[in-house]
Design a protein around this ligand. Structure first.
Ligand SMILES: [Zn+2]
Ligand SMILES: [Zn+2]
Length: 373
């Protein structure tokens, strides 16, 4: 619980708040908005910090995958941003899972809770995505997100975090949760198995950390920038391969003494990544695509079929993976803060996004600290 709220029964919630809203593509403006009211199964969070995600940049440019009642999110007085954490300041009717003053980090997708996928625990693939009347929420995609002082969250999208975890570290839980979901969907017995992670972006680097925490051996990270590969080593990679210097497939064969690996987590979106992954896994191996190329690509399907290779795709952070990633971070199994490189205040969200987009000063995760403690 926050020292500035602890011991008080009531946090004084103001009537209005500052929030960034999206006009047309790339048009963000800081406005005053009414502070929303939490409904049943919801709480109001004071947003303390939020990280910029590559998907935020996609949404600002193209709208998708954000979608509001079946339409693109432009000119809807809508607030983006989804990788945030904060403090509970008001409870909706019937909520007893949280208390005012609790520090939490959030998952993005609440789902609708009524469709087949939500009932299966695949709430990131909700069949009612974007239809608020059906109860669907995915904050920063289909409902208001966290580039604001306050945000509504369903109780099913919040994870308690300890006082020792800093605000910026807590914003990274959902990124680690996405990486964990990728390892989950491969149905893997990870401990003792060889895992390749392609692409040392935020999800790839967290993929390395989570795979190592799950006991994978060896964890091999491939990429093009030595600084990122070095960070991968600090997060648990046993071997790193710079594709500018060595063919990644040959490197994986060399490291595994010709055997190949059981699992590949593809986080680069490179056009040839799936073909390379197919050559890295052994027969019956499994590949999870956590990134994708923007154009259709040519894939050697015969190789995948003949070798009984399984290919999975993930969307977001399903199956409560965020809770499990948070548990690893609470146990200090890896230091996610290594990927946090820059911090800006709420007034400078466009600058924060520019740093993340253009990787200014080698930016990886750029955090906006909204509430100053
Ligand atoms: Zn994200
Ligand atoms: Zn659903």
């Amino acid at each position: 619980m926050r020292p500035d709220i602890r011991g008080t029964n009531e946090y004084r919630v103001p009537d209005t708040m500052q929030a960034w809203v999206l006009g047309g593509p790339e048009e963000l403006s800081l406005v005053d908005k009414p502070v929303p009211e939490p409904g049943p199964a919801e709480v109001l969070l004071r947003v303390d910090a939020i990280a910029v995600c590559a998907t935020d940049i996609e949404v600002l440019q193209h709208g998708r995958p954000a979608m509001i009642d079946g339409e693109l999110p432009f000119h809807k007085n809508w607030t983006p941003g989804h990788e945030y954490m904060g403090t509970v300041v008001k409870l909706g009717p019937g909520v007893d899972e949280f208390e005012v003053g609790d520090r939490v980090t959030v998952e993005v997708h609440a789902g609708c809770g009524r469709c087949q996928r939500c009932r299966e625990g695949m709430y990131t693939s909700c069949l009612n995505y974007g239809y608020r009347a059906k109860g669907h929420r995915a904050n920063g995609f289909t409902t208001d997100g966290g580039f604001a002082q306050y945000a509504i969250n369903n109780v099913n999208t919040m994870v308690h975090i300890p006082d020792e975890m800093s605000d910026p570290e807590a914003t990274l839980v959902v990124t680690a949760g996405t990486a964990m979901y990728g390892l989950d969907v491969m149905g893997g017995i990870i401990a003792g198995e060889a895992v390749v992670v392609i692409g040392p972006g935020p999800i790839g680097l967290m993929g390395v950390a989570v795979a190592k925490a799950l006991g994978a051996q060896p964890v091999i990270l491939t990429g093009t920038r030595d600084s990122r590969l070095e960070m991968g080593k600090q997060l648990g990679a046993d071997e790193v391969v710079n594709l500018n210097r060595e063919d990644p497939v040959e490197a994986v064969r060399r490291i595994t003494k010709g055997k190949g690996v059981q699992y590949v987590l593809e986080c680069s979106g490179a056009p040839n990544a799936l073909n390379e992954a197919g050559q890295m896994v052994n027969r019956g191996g499994r590949i999870c695509l956590a990134a994708f190329p923007h154009e259709p690509v040519t894939v050697d399907l015969a190789h995948l079929v003949r070798n009984n290779i399984y290919v999975f795709g993930i969307r977001g952070e399903g199956k409560s993976a965020t809770h499990r990633a948070a548990a690893f971070m609470m146990q200090k199994r890896f230091d996610a803060t290594l990927i946090h490189t820059h911090t800006f205040p709420l007034a400078e969200v466009p600058t924060a996004i520019k740093y993340a987009r253009e990787r200014i000063e080698d930016a990886i995760k750029v955090v906006v600290q909204i509430h100053e403690h």
